[in-house]
Design a protein around this ligand. Structure first.
Ligand SMILES: [Zn+2]
Length: 130
């Protein structure tokens, strides 16, 4: 039963994992597989992340984490693993839920990134760790 749940946790967000994997290939990423997660970095990924609305050091798509470089993979690992767990819980609904939460907060005059409950959960792990 436990193995079936683990399998579902991988299948349910699989479209996002494939998207992240494809981005890694297109952006000439260097891949490593660690604790069930593809970690990918490259200079091209770095230049895309710098152009995000909130300049990012890393981004998670399902079980694929893209980062500026190997150092940022290390620094952001705990934070991005929280997002991996969120994808495992929310599956294909995760990205729409994240964006709706951001939009809702923005319309209330709040910060759609820092006030987003998905980010708060990830930053709480960072804070607990430091
Ligand atoms: Zn985050």
């Amino acid at each position: 039963m436990h193995q079936l749940i683990r399998l579902a946790a991988y299948l349910w967000p699989l479209p996002y994992t494939l998207f992240g994997f494809a981005c890694g290939l297109l952006l000439a990423g260097r891949f490593q597989y660690r604790d069930g997660v593809f970690e990918i970095h490259s200079p091209a990924i770095a230049s895309v992340l710098k152009r995000f609305p909130v300049a990012a050091n890393a981004v998670t798509f399902g079980h694929a984490v893209l980062a500026r470089d190997n150092e940022m993979l290390r620094v952001m690992r705990q934070h991005e693993r929280v997002h991996v767990r969120q994808y495992e819980r929310w599956g294909v609904v995760f990205v729409p839920a994240y964006l709706l939460a951001s939009a809702f907060l923005y319309l209330q005059g709040k910060d759609g990134y820092r006030d987003n409950p998905f980010e708060k959960e990830a930053y709480a792990v960072d804070a607990a760790d430091s």
